[in-house]
Design a protein around this ligand. Structure first.
Ligand SMILES: NC(=O)C1=CN([C@@H]2O[C@H](COP(=O)(O)OP(=O)(O)OC[C@H]3O[C@@H](n4cnc5c(N)ncnc54)[C@H](O)[C@@H]3O)[C@@H](O)[C@H]2O)C=CC1
Ligand SMILES: O=C(CO)COP(=O)(O)O
Length: 336
């Protein structure tokens, strides 16, 4: 690894933030993580481990951590944001005064803001006043634990400004992480957010004892409704067939490492939403985003039957059996 003099501030030191911090540091970028808890920040800097998330993985020497947002952002070329989507607005408002005039913001978040229906990149431009050309999104089949274990993965980095995209790509390209570029921010963000809702559905089906045919049906029809919404909102259909669409959908819906799939499995096995929340612990974006995505579907007059049923289940309007029946008993129609 050669140092490239580029600096990144990663907010925060959760599961995916830590993994992307490691990727960037392995790519030669100097990384300062921002953690809310001083014991996490101190442990990362002094022991080179994040005891809250990956106590078994040693972090690179060019990665440190602080609880001070100003110190983390001082001289940063990139601000990488990885916190729950619903807390982005309030947290970013506090950090915004410390963001440099040339800093490029990279969103890792896969959620839609409840109430506004905004994607994370839109919340970022609204809160900071920074133009869309300085806001990139990174999305793909990226289960953090696999990447921390050094297993190969790829992702899509999207931004309207190709120079910014290439700089982010260089700053996170390693022997085990292969980033591709795109200009389709809308497609990448919607692919990432909607797949969480579909993963909830697949988890529920699995928890209810349904087999791989049912799970494949949900994945395939889930991709169809994701693509319908994304295209109606201006995305390119090819993005949804790529890493940030199909790729992420397959990884998340197939892996027991996925928090969304696991949350769904708990529900399918009969746990209440409260019990599933306690059991899952980490951020499960699909649970909150389902209703925001459904509101977007209504606004764009797009049919999203799986999202609708999952939103109804999460609001306890239907039972598991009623949800399954609602999907299977829809009127027959052509596949497209
Ligand atoms: N874990 C994964 O494998 C992947 C996660 N993502 C996305 O990354 C985003 C973050 O997820 P994870 O890191 O997995 O979640 P996590 O639950 O592991 O970590 C969340 C981080 O945000 C911080 N945080 C929580 N509430 C906050 C608040 N109100 N204000 C500021 N910081 C707060 C926590 O202290 C923690 O550092 C989500 O949008 C998720 O969909 C994307 C790809 C992979
Ligand atoms: O986005 C992810 C993999 O790409 C992680 O999915 P979960 O949030 O369901 O764990």
């Amino acid at each position: 690894m050669t140092q490239n003099r580029v600096r990144a501030a990663v907010f925060s030191a959760g599961s995916w933030g830590t993994a992307v911090g490691k990727i960037m540091a392995d790519a030669g970028t100097s990384v300062v993580m921002h953690a809310r808890r001083s014991e996490i920040a101190d442990a990362i800097t002094t022991t080179r481990r994040n005891p809250g998330y990956f106590p078994d993985i040693e972090l690179p020497h060019n990665l440190t951590a602080t609880t001070d947002p100003a110190a983390a952002l001082d001289g940063a070329d990139f601000l990488v944001l990885s916190i729950p989507a619903q807390s982005l607005r309030a947290s970013l408002a506090a950090w915004a005064p410390h963001i440099g005039t040339d800093t490029v913001i990279v969103s890792l978040m896969k959620g839609i803001e409840v109430g506004s229906g905004l994607r994370a990149s839109q919340v970022i431009t609204e809160v900071t006043g920074i133009g869309a050309e300085r806001v990139a999104v990174l999305s793909g089949p990226n289960l953090a634990r696999e990447i921390m274990n050094g297993q190969p993965a790829a992702a899509t980095i999207a931004c309207p400004d190709q120079d910014a995209t290439h700089r982010v790509q260089q700053a996170c390209h390693t022997s085990y992480f292969r980033p591709y570029t795109s200009t389709d921010v809308t497609g990448c963000e919607l692919g990432g957010a909607v797949k969480n809702v579909i993963a909830l559905a697949v988890g529920i089906a699995s928890g209810m004892g349904m087999g791989h045919n049912a799970q494949a049906m949900l994945i395939t029809r889930g991709l169809a409704e994701t693509t319908r919404l994304a295209v109606a909102m201006g995305a390119h259909p090819a993005t949804l067939a790529g890493l940030a669409g199909l790729g992420d959908l397959v990884a998340t819906c197939s892996s027991p490492l996925s928090r969304n799939r696991t949350f769904g499995t708990h529900l399918g096995q009969g746990l209440s939403i409260e019990q599933a929340t306690t059991a899952t612990k980490q951020t499960t974006e699909g649970v909150k985003s389902a209703e925001a995505i459904l509101a977007l579907a209504h606004a764009h007059r797009v049919e999203m039957p799986i999202t609708e049923v999952i939103s109804d289940l999460l609001h306890e309007k239907v039972t598991l059996d009623q949800a399954a029946a609602a999907l299977m008993q829809r009127p027959p129609k052509p596949e497209r």
